[in-house]
Design a protein around this ligand. Structure first.
Ligand code: XIL
Length: 448
């Protein structure tokens, strides 16, 4: 028996889950979730967040705060957590404006990205004039103090911001921090981990969007090196400040995917795209699709709410106009997050395996894509070589198989299903709740 999407949708989620656990042969999937009407709610459908930069001095503006509270579920302080704001005099820490942003966000149930613990720019005057071991120690103390003060309240910290040079070198940017020794970045990450073991620790930079650029490659090699040596890094932030001179690259998905494959989360951390109308909307759509197509792209943050709030206001680069109205770019982002146009699985992992049994027979199981929804997708497996097959289907977390058809299924673990014939031929199917992970399952076949 083959279930149509329509008949699948009639079965309730509860019964689908119960029957999935029981391993019954033909069961239903959850109904498609309705389109969400805000950016944060739409992003949450795939386990992601949608955030914005916030300025403390605008929290009294009711239009601003109204959009903030309605649309976004992640917040970054635009300037208030930077080194000059949090340690204006050496050893004297100042958290008033940062706290206003953190408390407002948390009171509204939003999470916070911390930005930024160590950076060559926006340093307090006393630090700008330091060098050598006194600067190294002052930087590490700053990281320790600020990350400790906010321990337990930060989803992810930009531990180090903008440490690589523009241009063709692929190397580090010259700065007072860089001159304290090439290991300053890993020292900062270790200090941050010691201070707040619960926050994800990110390296954040700009002009790292195009996979073929030397700067992108330089950051990639550093993250690869950090992972191989056990330096505590969890994520890479892509600022994503785009304009006509620095457009969204066509290989953006490749860049995000390649970094994610190193074993880190990736996040779009300061998105703004100068322009207007449908051309701007299309570019926003492309960036959002690139994130959705990479399982470890955990969220997107735009660098401000209204165009008039932007650090590049004349380029009108944001999702709301100066009056707080939704722009075409807003609608395109929301639609992608709600995801009729979600690109879906992009994995090219092996989908066909053959194994022989001792008696000489063999079988081949071939996976093919089925229908996709914002929260789940269908897959089919066709077996050749035997009518007496045993196929193992393995999904990767947080994926779960929530329905099957044309097979008798049992579960070895939450991620591993064993499928056998149930009299309905040699093609069977299943529904995977993907939780943002669009990778295909792996399948293998043996003769029963
Ligand atoms: C910008 C702020 O938006 C401005 O208000 C401030 O004057 C300068 O910094 N990369 C970053 C952000 O990591 O911190 C910067 O924010 C924009 C570029």
């Amino acid at each position: 028996m083959t279930l149509t999407a329509k008949s699948v949708a009639r079965v309730t989620l509860v019964s689908a889950l119960l029957t999935a656990v029981a391993g019954a042969a033909v069961i239903g999937a959850s109904p498609a979730s309705g389109a969400a009407s805000t950016l944060g709610a739409a992003a949450q459908q795939s386990g992601r967040y949608f955030g914005t930069a916030v300025a403390a001095n605008k929290l009294g503006d009711s239009t601003y705060t109204g959009i903030l509270n309605r649309e976004f579920d992640m917040v970054t302080a635009e300037n208030e957590m930077k080194m000059d704001a949090t340690e204006p005099n050496q050893g004297q820490f100042s958290y008033g404006n940062a706290d206003r942003i953190v408390n407002q966000a948390r009171n509204q149930g939003k999470r916070v990205r911390g930005h930024a613990l160590a950076w060559h720019s926006q340093q307090p005057g006393w630090m700008q004039n330091m060098s050598g071991s006194s600067l190294r120690n002052a930087m590490l103390n700053h990281v320790t103090q600020v990350a400790s003060y906010y321990r337990g309240k930060i989803y992810a910290w930009d531990v180090v911001n903008e440490a690589f040079a523009d241009g063709s070198s692929g190397g580090r940017r010259d700065s007072n921090l860089q001159r304290t020794g090439n290991d300053w970045i890993e020292a900062a990450f270790r200090a941050a981990r010691a201070a707040d073991s619960g926050a994800k620790l990110c390296y954040n930079d700009y002009n790292t969007d195009n996979w073929s650029h030397a700067k992108t490659q330089g950051v990639y090699r550093m993250v690869q090196d950090f992972k191989s040596r056990g330096v505590p890094i969890d994520c890479v932030g892509f600022q994503a400040h785009f304009n006509s001179g620095n457009p969204v690259p066509s290989n953006y998905h490749t860049t995000l995917q390649n970094f994610a494959a190193l074993g880190v989360d990736v996040q779009i951390t300061e998105l703004d795209i100068e322009g207007s109308g449908s051309s701007q909307a299309q570019q926003y759509q492309g960036v959002t699709q690139a994130c959705l197509s990479v399982a470890r792209c955990t969220g997107i943050t735009v660098w401000g709410i209204r165009d008039s709030d932007s650090w590049r206001a004349s380029g009108t680069p944001l999702l709301f106009d100066g009056g707080g109205n939704k722009k075409a770019a807003y609608t395109s982002v929301l639609n992608v997050l709600n995801s009729g146009t979600n690109p879906g699985p992009t994995s090219t992992t092996t989908t066909t395996t053959t194994s022989s049994n001792p008696g000489g027979g063999g079988c081949t199981a071939t996976y093919s894509e089925g229908e996709k929804w914002s929260d789940r997708f269908n897959g089919n497996v066709t077996v050749t070589g035997t009518d007496n097959w045993i196929v193992t289907v393995t999904v990767s977390s947080p994926q779960r198989i929530i329905a099957t058809w044309n097979t008798s299924a049992t579960w070895d673990s939450a991620n591993v299903m064993t499928a056998r014939p149930n009299g309905n031929g040699n093609t069977f199917g299943f529904t995977i709740s993907h939780g943002g992970n669009w990778n295909w399952p792996s399948v293998s076949c043996r003769v029963g």
